[in-house]
Design a protein around this ligand. Structure first.
Ligand code: FES
Length: 376
C-alpha cells in the first residue's frame, strides 16, 4: 500500500478548471496516485471528496451537484461538496437519515494553480436505521407449516369486487385451516401501497441491495410486508392471479420486479434467502393462455429458490371466444371441482414442504453425529 504523506499535488490552472467545471455541471472525476476523487466547484468554492459514496460505494463523480451538495447517482444520498457531511433532504423521496460523512481533501490555490493534499479526513459510516429487521438471517421458527395466500388481483380496496382466483385461494386457505395442521395468512397486493422497482440494478449490480433500497429509504413503502412474509415467515405460498392480456396481473409483475433484490443475492453473493419453501399457483381468466402464465410464474418463483409440488397449479378459463364474465364468476363460484382442486394443491404443497423440512432437520442432526475425520 502506498503511504499517503502530507504532500500537495498540483491539479491544474484554477481558472481553466473553473471554466471546465462550469461546463460540466460543476463536477469532475480526478485520479491521483490511484485515488479516485470527485472535484467540484460551486459559488466560487472548490471542493474535493473521496469518490466512493457512504452507502454502497456509488461513484459520486457520476452524480449531480445540487445546491452545493453532491447527489449520488445510485440512490440519491447527498453530501456537502466541501465537507463531505451527509445532507438529509426531507423533500427527497430517498431521504437517508444519518448517512455519515465521505472523506474530504484540503485544497489550496497558489500562484493561480489548484493544489490538493491527499491526506483525507476520516470516513464516518452511515448509521441510518431501517424499519423492521428484514436483513436478519432467514431461519425457520418451530411450529405448524405457515401458509401465505397471496392474491395479486388488482382492484379498489375500498370497493372490493368478486375475483375468481381470489375466491379459490381463500376457499383453499379456509379449508386448509380446518383440515390441515397449518397456520394461514391472506394478503391482497391491492391493499398494499408499494412503489415499483426503480431499476437500480440497471445502474450497477451493486446498486441493487437486500433489503431493497426503496424499502430502506421509504418507511411508507409496504413491499416490506411481502419481503417479511416471503423470506422470513411463510413455508408455503399459494399465489393467485387473473389472466390479463394473456399474462399474470400487473400487480404480480410489480411485485416480481421488486423481488429482484432477493434473486440478485443469489447471483451476486451466492446467498439464497428462500430455502425449503413451496409455491402453488391458482390462475383463472375469462380468456385463455393458462400454460404461458403458469410457465412464466413457475420460472420466476423457481429462480427465487422455491420448490413446487407435483401438478403445481390449478387453472380455469372459459376460452378465447368467451366474453361472458358474469357466467365465468358464476361458474367458478359453484364449481366444487375447482374448489377441491385448489384445496388439494394446498395439501400437496404443505406435504412437500413438511418433507423438505424433515429432510433438512435430518441432515442437520446427521451432521451433528457424524464422526470427525482424523487428520491425515
Ligand atoms: S446512495 Fe450512493 S451508493 Fe446508494
Amino acid at each position: 500500500m502506498n503511504e499517503v504523506t502530507n504532500e500537495w499535488f498540483q491539479i491544474g490552472k484554477a481558472d481553466e478548471l473553473i471554466t471546465e467545471l462550469e461546463q460540466s455541471g460543476g463536477i469532475k472525476e480526478l485520479v491521483i496516485k490511484d485515488k479516485k476523487i470527485v472535484l467540484t466547484y460551486h459559488q466560487g468554492k472548490f471542493g474535493a471528496l473521496n469518490n466512493k459514496c457512504n452507502h454502497m460505494g456509488g461513484p459520486l463523480s457520476k452524480g449531480k451537484l445540487k445546491n452545493g451538495c453532491i447527489e449520488c447517482p445510485w440512490h440519491y444520498w447527498r453530501f456537502n461538496h466541501q465537507t463531505g457531511e451527509s445532507v438529509s433532504s426531507e423533500a427527497s423521496r430517498h431521504f437517508a437519515p444519518n448517512a455519515g460523512a465521505v472523506p474530504q481533501y484540503t485544497l489550496k490555490v497558489d500562484n493561480e494553480m489548484l493544489f490538493i493534499n491527499l491526506v483525507e479526513s476520516k470516513r464516518i459510516p452511515a448509521t441510518y436505521s431501517m424499519s423492521g429487521n428484514l436483513s436478519r438471517e432467514p431461519k425457520r421458527e418451530e411450529g405448524k407449516i405457515r401458509v401465505l395466500g397471496l392474491s395479486t388481483t388488482a382492484m379498489d380496496s375500498e370497493y372490493p369486487r368478486f375475483s375468481t382466483s381470489e375466491e379459490l385461494l381463500k376457499s383453499a386457505l379456509n379449508q386448509g385451516e380446518k383440515e390441515l395442521n397449518i397456520e394461514a395468512k391472506f394478503i391482497s397486493l391491492s391493499n398494499l401501497n408499494f412503489r415499483h422497482c426503480e431499476g437500480f440494478y440497471s445502474k450497477s449490480e451493486r446498486a441493487c441491495t437486500w433489503p431493497c433500497s426503496i424499502t430502506k429509504f421509504d418507511p411508507a413503502d409496504e413491499m416490506k410486508i411481502i419481503y417479511e412474509n416471503l423470506v422470513h415467515w411463510a413455508d408455503v405460498v399459494l399465489v393467485s392471479t387473473p389472466i390479463r392480456w394473456g399474462n399474470a396481473s400487473s400487480l404480480y409483475y410489480k411485485m416480481a420486479e421488486r423481488l429482484n433484490s432477493v434473486q440478485n443475492q443469489i447471483t451476486l453473493k451466492n446467498k439464497v434467502l428462500i430455502k425449503n419453501k413451496v409455491v402453488g399457483l391458482i390462475i383463472t381468466g375469462g380468456q385463455d393462455n393458462i400454460q404461458s402464465v403458469a410457465g412464466q410464474m413457475l420460472t420466476f418463483f423457481g429462480e427465487l429458490g422455491f420448490t413446487f409440488p407435483a401438478f403445481p397449479f390449478v387453472a380455469h378459463s372459459l376460452g378465447w371466444s368467451s366474453e361472458n364474465m358474469a357466467q365465468n364468476m358464476d361458474y367458478v363460484q359453484k364449481s366444487e371441482y375447482l374448489h377441491q382442486e385448489s384445496f388439494e394443491l394446498l395439501q400437496r404443497s404443505t406435504q412437500l414442504c413438511q418433507t423438505l423440512i424433515n429432510l433438512e432437520n435430518k441432515t442437520i442432526s446427521m451432521d451433528r453425529v457424524a464422526p470427525r475425520q482424523s487428520p491425515r
